[in-house]
Design a protein around this ligand. Structure first.
Ligand code: FAD
Length: 454
């Protein structure tokens, strides 16, 4: 450590006590990388604040010493945003955890940022509510990480993205100032909506410490079906019809053929007798369930070629297991992309990109699935051990076509480190300049997640 780094360490130990300030072998190896598996270094200092005051003190010290910090939540991010450099101070949020209050009358939850999403979901359920934020990483990701990345997930079709489920939050600025904006009301037009500065800013404008989240009534029934569909136009027509006729439509997720086959086989699960180019998982939640009736009509009209309705919770979990596609994680050197495009061009885009990649990288694996109702698809690409220039070329193939179709290079996972150099494919020079000005105003010494996003 340099003399400056020793000074910073001493000041942090003085502010927080030795127990919460880890160095050397006491730093857990999980601090190296988020789930993108692109992080290479352990930080020089790793702190585990127990309270908002600890975070405030730590940031004040880092700001005074110009020490760069990186916030780590559940480390399930896929944009490299939480990956530290050697000289960084990591602020790990896991000890700042717990559901503080469920307000039954208002239908709100106040929760600390380090709380695991699934823990918050279960607390809501026990109180008879649904916490609408939900994603495959629920068992590890934290509420603070969900807000910082404005996570999407599988319930966006009915409840919106994370941003739509937040009423208020508390955050600590780079200089240690605590901004408590813990609004609990649906309506509050008292000046700038400050929470929006922090939601989706990937830890670059402040550390989120608490949130007030909206809760919804817990659905009584849930019906789930897997549907084989013969062409993309029918997928879009089925979505339109489901939105119009199916009360309580709570999921409409599309799997392209390669993804469905790979994930189904890896999970050793059976589905249809025949193969279909598209498989949709449809879920309906609510008091009354008529998914069966709806699918009967769709079958008669020819929009659905085959359908399996889950007959039990176990079967429902099996359907979702295919969709969650965790087995794709076993593919070597997997790269994941999450792009947004108008619904009408999703299939065209998937086909264009798959063809372009196969031409330049013979043998490449490309699987596509997505939250089609939210205009968002994921591409899972495995091209084996490739060098940096090949990675850039793959990124260019993916992102140039996103720009051509006026889409967004990230729908869900954020920009982090991995997509920063491609942000201009989706945002104008004026927008980027405004983002820099906001960053400069809130974090003039650039100590919060430096180099991320912009
Ligand atoms: C299996 C799997 C499924 C997934 N499915 C989805 C999905 O459907 N939709 C989706 O959007 N994402 C998905 N993701 C990505 C990921 O789970 C989300 O981005 C999640 O919100 C990240 O939360 P985290 O706590 O793990 O954050 P981390 O990975 O720890 O951090 C993510 C970013 O947020 C910052 N951050 C973390 N906590 C805070 C805080 N308290 N204050 C300020 N900044 C903070 C970090 O510095 C980093 O920049 C998935 C990931 C996996 C592995």
């Amino acid at each position: 450590m340099s003399a400056n780094e020793f000074e910073l360490l001493g000041a942090l130990q003085q502010a927080l006590g030795d127990q919460l300030v880890l160095t050397g072998e006491r730093i857990p190896t999980k601090a190296r990388s988020d789930s993108s598996r692109t992080g290479h270094h352990l930080p020089k200092i790793y702190i585990r604040p127990r309270s908002v005051e600890d975070i405030s003190r730590a940031l004040r010290v880092c700001n005074n010493h110009r020490g760069s910090t990186v916030v780590q939540g559940g480390m399930t991010g896929l944009a490299g945003g939480a990956n530290p450099d050697r000289e960084d101070v990591v602020i790990a949020m896991d000890l700042l955890s717990g559901v503080e209050e469920i307000d039954i009358a208002a239908g709100t939850m106040t929760v600390l940022a380090g709380t695991i999403l699934e823990v918050a979901q279960k607390a809501a359920e026990q109180a008879g509510f649904l916490l609408p934020i939900d994603l495959g990483a629920r068992g590890s990701c934290q509420i603070g990480g969900n807000l910082a990345t404005n996570a999407g997930g599988i319930r966006v079709i009915s409840h919106g993205v994370t941003r739509d489920n937040v009423l208020g939050l508390e955050a600590v600025l780079a200089d240690g100032t605590v901004i408590s904006s813990l609004n609990r009301m649906q309506k509050n037009n008292t000046g700038y909506d400050l929470k929006q500065l922090f939601i989706g800013s990937e830890g670059t404008l402040g550390i989120i410490t608490r949130a007030v989240l909206k809760l919804k009534p817990l659905p009584v029934h849930r019906a789930t079906a897997l549907c084989g569909v013969s062409c993309y136009e029918e997928v879009v027509a089925l979505l339109r019809r489901a939105r119009k006729s199916l009360m309580g439509l709570s999921a409409f997720e599309l799997m392209w053929e390669t993804f469905f086959r790979f994930s189904r086989e890896a999970e050793h699960l059976k589905a249809f007798e025949a193969d279909y180019p598209y498989t949709v998982i449809i879920e309906q939640s609510g008091e009354t369930v008529s998914l069966e009736e709806f699918l009967g009509t769709m079958f008669e009209e020819g929009l659905v070629a085959d359908a399996l309705i889950a007959q039990s919770e176990k079967e429902r979990d099996r359907f979702w297991k295919i969709r969650e596609g965790l087995s794709l994680g076993k593919l070597p050197h997997l790269i994941e992309y999450d792009v947004s495009l108008p619904i009408g061009v999703l299939d065209l885009y998937a086909k264009e990109v798959t063809a372009a990649l196969a031409t330049e990288f013979p043998g490449i694996h490309v699987s596509v699935f997505g939250h089609v109702a939210d205009s968002n698809i994921h591409l899972c690409i495995s091209a084996g051990q490739i060098d940096v220039s090949a990675k850039h070329r793959i990124n260019a193939i993916i992102y140039e076509r996103v720009a051509q179709h006026q889409g967004a290079i990230s729908a869900e996972h954020g920009i982090g480190l991995l997509k920063r150099d491609y942000l201009a494919y989706s945002r104008s020079p004026e927008e980027l300049e405004l983002m820099r000005r906001i960053k400069q105003a809130l974090d003039p010494h650039c100590i919060l997640n430096p180099g991320r996003v912009i």
